[in-house]
Ligand binder design. Sequence first.
Ligand code: URP
Ligand code: ZN
Ligand code: ZN
Ligand code: ZN
Length: 478
Amino acid sequence: MATTLITGGTVVSATGRVAADVLVDGETVVAVLAPGSIVLGHDLAASVGTVIDATGKYVIPGGIDAHTHMQLPFGGTSASDTFETGTRAAAWGGTTTIVDFAVQRQGERVEDGLAHWHELAAGECAVDYGFHQIIGGVDEHSLAALPTLIDEGITSFKMFMAYPGVFYADDAQILKAMQVSADTGLLTMMHAENGPVIDVLAEQLVKAGNTDPYFHGKARVWQAEEEATHRAIMLSHITGAPLYVVHVSAKQAVEQLAVARDRGQNVFGETCPQYLYLSLEEHLGARSEEWGSFEGAKYVCSTPLRSRAEGHQDHMWQALRTNDLQMVSTDHCPFCMKDQKELGRGDFRAIPNGIGSVEHRMDLMYQGVVTGEITLERWVELTSTTPARMFGMYGKKGVIAPGADADIVIYDPNGHTSIGYDKTHHMNMDHSAWEGYEIDGHVDTVISRGKVIVDDGAYLGRKGDGRFVKRGLSQYLI
Ligand code: URP
Ligand code: ZN
Ligand code: ZN
Ligand code: ZN
């Protein structure tokens, strides 16, 4: 097997940074060494297959994006990234593992929904991938199937308090599923927004002629997120189920999580780059020459972008510092404007929900280091180490240490990345929410299980490089 030595870099973990060389044998990290790589008098650099010079650069564990939706059927269309295109884009951006959501719909067997997701992903992926299971229909059959997921390496499932008539679960259904979660250790993931309330508000807005994308944000009020987050927390308290709230965007929802965590509950939250950077006013309310006030459709996602005047974005950064929020994922769910987002011209309710960010998460979060919002170590923790621990992959993923998969990114803090207006990204989208962002920093080299798949602006991987990751139970629970 090929051996690789990464020399001269600064190896960054969630707990510190150290000047060190990293020795990789085949797919695995075998040693983290004092710089210079002289071991028992042997010069390792002279005897390994490949030496990669990382002088002046950070050597970090590959990013783990624990919330993606490749090919998700939604709103009469499907997310525009396939597992092939979406994971290749992830690789370009320094993400070496994704955890996508397999879908079970009402009336469908969980096993069938899962088997379908395996068919979509197998042999297609550029990087390693795992699955969470969406339970879109909570009934006696799906409840019975939940414990069987553990042997399949799927140790978390998502329910929705939003989207009535599609994925929605009511309190009784959630309670029953959480009882299974408490009994088995499966992690309950929750889309926490009060869907029935939002649907009434949305209908009233449309009837009054307020049909622009901006009103997506006006209908999905923060109170609906706070209320649902609180309810989910209480149901988790009653049952003892560990709870992970996805795509948190309202500062009031963070406060609910903080209260529950102070009480000692196993309750966690993620946010996404869009809730740190983008806003209701500037983005959902945007206008352009090409799209007029429909420009905001590019930014329609749920939970929605929040008002900057209300201070949600600043609060998300703060919560990432204080560990009231533990992780940053993307909720990557891309739709093109042409023929997809366009479905909702004249009625924002018909705009497929989602933003594409899988390629840019590591860069966007590194900007938090540049601006002093988070430390370098916290960057690694939020984007790799905690996702690995939260979702039962730590040891193999989320760390550069002997025995870990050699998923490694060499990041150049002196490099620069332009997310251009000319669709220079690799996501299968005709636009990007991140167009025009100038990033201080650059993903130079991406190594996935020992193989260099991105180097110096070239993609060297192949589809099918990525393998399914059988996950264990969460390693993050109190
Ligand atoms: O807008 C979003 N988030 N689309 C994907 C589905 C979901 O709720 O995560
Ligand atoms: Zn959701
Ligand atoms: Zn999602
Ligand atoms: Zn560079």
